[in-house]
Design a protein around this ligand. Sequence first.
Ligand code: C5P
Length: 478
Amino acid sequence: MGDSSRLISALKPFCDKIRSVVEAGSEIAVVTHLDADGITSGSIIATALARMGAKCAVRTVSDMTPAVIERMKAEDHEFYVITDLGGGMAAQFRKTLGYRWVVIDHHQIPEEEMLTDDAGQVMNAWKFGIDGGIEVPAGGMAYMVASALDRKNRDLSCIAVVSAVGDRQDQGDKRSFMGLNNEILEIAKSAGLVNVDLDIMLTGRETRPLHEALAFTSFPFIEGLTWNRDNCHAILKNAGIRLKDNGRWRVPAEFSQEEKSAVLDAIAKFVATANKTSTGVINDLIGYVYTLAGEDKRSQLRDAREFATLLNACGRIGKPGVGVAICMGDRNAMLTAGEEISVQYRTTLRNYISTIFSEKWRVTDDGTSAFVNGDGLVAQDMLGAVSSLLSGSPTLAGRLVFARTLAQDGTYKFSSRKSLGCVSKANLGLVIRHCAESVKGTGGGHAAAAGCRIPATSLDPFLSCLKAAVNDEKFAAS
Ligand code: C5P
């Protein structure tokens, strides 16, 4: 596990650089990724900068490409803070933007980029021996910078907790945090901002009737229950669970431990009969839940996972600004807009997943890897959400999931995930980067989640490369 003391020493000169840019009155563009980690990291830094009196604006992009760098140059901002993007691209930034930029990120970068960062512009977890795949996301790195800029920014630790669950870094025992994420969580807990409990991880623990909460829970994705309110109601009612109290629906938080065990038994029985699998779905449903104590009891922002889902929805549906506004404290019109976006996002995802499972030709499954064809169906910005959901499905348990879709620009976009229960040693970030580069595409990521874009004409060689690389020791996770 990484040693955050090296990171802490590097933060001082990094923050001095940011302070001098702000003091010079420079106008700053924060450029970030449009997923939950991108929105949280960009917002944390923008909040810290705004509190210093800086002139800054946040802009989100779906990938950092040479074309985006050119556009940044054309817009000619005085300084750029790039978050959750740009790993491995320092040389291109230097060539195009000179020294007017810094990157705050957690994606694995080539050693060369660490060794050539003489001006200290790259604040990346891996430089300090911290595993950016499981110990800290960009939101946590941005939080470290923000709290080093000013201790007052420690109130942003709860947004860093949202980034960690949003980036699926809750990978310790029972979905606990590890490494630097845990250190940040402790700060949030001791400030009374976040409470942690072991519970059934239902979506809407404090806000929805139990059967609805179960139907809205998509990780793990339980075929027949996820998004199927009627089935959820039926199995719980048949199990004799008291769903109403004086005519009012009871929410999951109101159920006793004993009742919760009965709920889990009912789910287990359904999974065993309907899906004929004995995956650890029940185990996957129990884990630590992270509650943002300062949020309204009836709000979707109270549960860190639901907060992150809302941010993802904002980014994927094309309204990332709403997510940024919410992270920066807007709780009125923007929260209402965010909730509407969430509904739209869930409906879209539900249609995608049911089409994928009903049109059998879309899934090719050899038992180790499942290739999912989203051509003509899945919008490119939604692909990552689709592969994440599929990776929580009992049907694809244990597989490496490779989802693809044909993008509007004629390239193929791929998104890969390790499913629940996957024992493959492959490091998907290394596999995807290698195979994408072998066909002149770009991509990368982490051991358990990665993505890329490749030329459409290279589909067959890319797929052959993937099939070989997942079994190649060279690309195994260390
Ligand atoms: O797009 P998707 O959600 O599948 O991405 C999974 C991970 O792979 C993310 O952490 C993302 O930043 C990384 N990725 C990358 N290069 C790409 C696409 C994704 O490094 N072109």
